[in-house]
Design a protein around this ligand. Sequence first.
Ligand SMILES: [Fe+2]
Length: 438
Amino acid sequence: MKMGNSSFVAIALLMSVVVLCNGGKTSSYVRKLIQNPVDMPLDSDAFAIPPGYNAPQQVHITQGDHVGQAMIISWVTVDEPGSNEVIYWSNSSLQNFTAEGEVFTYTYYNYTSGFIHHTNITNLEFNTTYFYVVGIGNTTRQFWFTTPPEVGIDVPYTFGIIGDLGQTFDSNTTLTHYQNSNGSTLLYVGDLSYADDYPYHDNVRWDTWGRFTERSAAYQPWIWTAGNHEIDFDLQIGETQSFKPFSNRYHTPYESSQRTSTLQYKWLTTELPKIDRTETSWLIVLMHAPWYNSYYSHYMEGEPMRVVFESLFIKYKVDVVFAGHVHAYERSERVSNDKYNITNGICTPVKDISAPVYITNGDGGNQEGLSINMTQPQPSYSAYREASFGHGTLEIKNRTHAFYSWNRNQDGYAVEADKLWLFNRYWNPLDDSTTNIP
Ligand SMILES: [Fe+2]
């Protein structure tokens, strides 16, 4: 159940390569609401501030080590720093434990953050429900989570996938639908609050996003990927430290996983060989900008990264790659394009059952609206594409099979619009394509 998760950021480069083949399905579903989504107002119930002096808000958790026996508990207090302590206990024991973390603050232009607490609680039992309390000494709030099962080759587990969520009424629908799924951990593929769409990147919208997502993120780990909307680099207002709000608010477990902070390529080339597929059967990669994208929006932006990394994904038998960035849904067949060397003209992706399936879940519902313009005809690598909001779920069944489904936000309820069985590339490397491609 270990996850190869990584924080990739798009590098924009346009190349005039067009693939002209007839491929999979372009959904004819037309969403009723065609106007751009709007952010929920500041006084929306979704952003309600919990009552009480110095009450913890924006509570969220993420996996705190490599295997799932630790959890980073994060929250914000606004009146005073208050305690960094988390008190926790399991449902099978009456013994309380206490862990203490650290508090962070930052300024961004004319904004000063609240007191952002991060406490990693460790030595947890697998597959166990824990209750935890934050706000010790002032107003306390209690939450719970369940740790993942012990790493094992045939252990079933269900992930959710959300990207580019933002904080609109549509975002609210997406999150509600996800909460009604059976996902136990959310894989978040980047672009969180969209605060940077506001004047001076109004960081109040980072706080509202934290309160909005608490109803899920306080109860199950959200695994983070950074997107371009997390960069928050703005010379005009003197903000030159990239990822400042994101890195203060959303910690990741790279230290407690004995990971090193290195350049991405170096990190990945040392990380991939460590994954023992006889122990960890599924290899999932998260990134922000997709490599296989047939929408006009962000077309070919992932190309510089693909030419560097794609052969690694094939060599190490990555099963599935989730991305966001493009505000729509798309799923590829198993294809590769790693023979292309810029000058040899071999620039068309070809069927390759050693390659991952690439899925774009940039459809969370943010205020920038849907990416509706698609390249025509649909390229052969594209198995299914639809310009609707929604979320994905990946149900790992055993070492050989996982079931993926994409759930469209249709008329107020989740509709399963695309689904397929994925065969594991290490244990069951058979052809699982859903369309005929040359
Ligand atoms: Fe993006």
